[in-house]
Design a protein. Structure first.
Length: 169
């Protein structure tokens, strides 16, 4: 039966501590309810920066949102969830929806998504998320009609978040 010295045990513990974070970073996420491979690729490709109040260039891509304190934002429609004190958010305009259908909004980290169309919040049709998935947190699907659309993002703990908007696959 092998015996280990204190130095040997300390070396094993040190190696485990150093490789643990690497293993955690490469551990795959649990499956989402639908594929988010497209969005994950957009997020990893360093999407363009976009400030709160700006317009998203297209409804089939991603942006790296620069958020504002929610206390400084005036959401045109009451958010579906009251944002915690000290969190961040953004208001965005999308290009007008041309074809009615199912669209999804995906976030890289924890946050609340409100889609506003015709002056009212659009009820989501499905949602999926994983709290332990680094760089990909949640995706919410909405049935949208043709016309103008805006997004209200709130309750984000950091000053930036990646966001993707696209037709559902």
């Amino acid at each position: 039966m092998p015996t280990f010295s204190r130095a040997g045990l300390a070396l094993i513990a040190l190696i485990a501590l150093q490789t643990g974070p690497v293993l955690a970073e490469t551990t795959p996420c649990k499956p989402f309810k639908w594929s988010l491979t497209r969005e994950q690729g957009w997020f990893q490709a360093s999407p363009p920066a976009l400030a709160s109040g700006a317009a998203l260039a297209k409804v089939d891509g991603a942006a790296d949102l620069q958020l504002s304190p929610v206390a400084d934002l005036k959401f045109p429609v009451t958010t579906g969830r009251k944002p915690a004190t000290g969190t961040y958010g953004a208001l965005l305009t999308l290009p007008p929806i041309e074809k009615a259908g199912l669209y999804q909004v995906t976030l890289s980290d924890e946050g609340w998504i409100d889609v506003v169309q015709a002056g009212a919040t659009v009820k989501y049709s499905a949602a999926t998320g994983q709290k332990a998935c680094t760089g990909l947190r949640k995706s919410v699907r909405f049935n949208l009609a043709p016309g103008p659309v805006s997004l209200q993002i709130s309750g984000v703990k950091a000053q930036t978040i990646k966001l993707a908007v696209a037709p559902a696959e």
